[in-house]
Design a protein around this ligand. Sequence first.
Ligand code: ARG
Length: 473
Amino acid sequence: MSEKPWDGRFSERTDTSVEAFTSSIQVDKRLYPYDIEGSVAHCRMLAKVGVITDQEAGELTEGLWRIKRELDQGNFKFDDNLEDIHMHIEVRLLQEVGKVAQKLHTARSRNDQVALDVRMFLRDATHRVIDSLFNLRGVLVGLAEQHIATVMPGYTHLQRAQPVLLAHHWMAYYEMFTRDAERFGDSLKRTNVMPLGAAALAGTTYPINRQHTAELLKFPKIAANSMDAVADRDFILEYLSDAAICMTHLSRLAEELVLWSSAEFRFIELADAFATGSSIMPQKKNPDIPELIRGKTGRVFGDLMAMLTVMKSLPLAYNRDMQEDKPLLFDAVDTLQSCLDITVKMLPTLRIKAENMRQAASSGFLNATDMADYLVRQGVPFRNAHAIVGQAVAYALAQGKELHELSLKELNTFSKQIQNDIFEHLTLEQVIARRQSAGGTATGNVRAAIESAKQEIAGSARGSGEGDLHAKG
Ligand code: ARG
């Protein structure tokens, strides 16, 4: 049995079932790069303030980097007896550099250590998500440019409502994912706070310099209150909330792709490379990828609810319950990242059936509002115009015709104000072109939105990812 760093006051060996029950190593081992980087910074700070010598700090940091290499290469042996990644590395360091290893944990506790590790992990994960959202926004703007002339039905209640440009539809998603990127960027400010030095909960008696540790680890701020530093997991809750909202957007997009690729809609076809077949029905081409994105959204919501529930009644400060944060956080991080990545790859491969979209926009009275607007311009109050067009729709339905397929004579039975120019007024092009109110679907508006999105993307810092956060040496 390996010796546990905390077993001095224990006379009985831990029951093996307890070791299995409390161990988190299989989950938290992925924190190792952060754990080591955090320990190295801690060592350097201890040396700077004179708690350990430069010589000792040198031996410790060299040992830590050797262990990092061992972990990177997959040669590290894990052992459930040692609970978590922090104890694994500490015990291994003792074997690696001898007695001096026992000084590493001076002025530190696993409570502030784990808080640090998770914050560093999440800082990187958040940068990656923002980068992926950056890519996704670029793909959507590209699609919008490509489909600036494609007309489709816009829906409310999933009933055909008014024609819109497909570009306008893509740009709606651009807005959602831009808000997501902003939300993640905002949460990042609160993740990027350095908890180390809180020790177990009350601070420490050593003359540590937390600001220096923060600078070494590129944290702009230190946690102000030692109890909050070890008890706080708001940054995880915020990430999970942001992730849940972002998954909602991915799921809505996925749902539309599922619908649009059905024989009922026939608006798109998924590329063969991004669809799957059926093991029994040879004709099937199934939209499994969007379906899975929709399904995985449920998982991420679950992670958020579970994490809120873990935290909701915890007394200050650290409680072991909080170890349950990691499976939830890692699951959400991996799920969101994979859904974003596959969406970025899949969207450009969609085959758009523009003719079918146009066809669908041409039937179902999508120009009825415009006929009412026409009458309003002739001086009819909108409510009356609405009633007149309603009657015309009922009549046309009975005839199996669209409004623009009725003759002027027929139209005049509903209103004398209707003239020959009504037919031009009701064309798809006109219906779209008239929607020039700010944010509307008129082509000029959509073009302008695309231009400003392109500038927004060019202006938003790309490559904010992990590279610079892992500076060593
Ligand atoms: N594995 C623990 C966690 O994830 C690390 C902190 C343990 N602290 C303690 N006092 N037992 O929360």
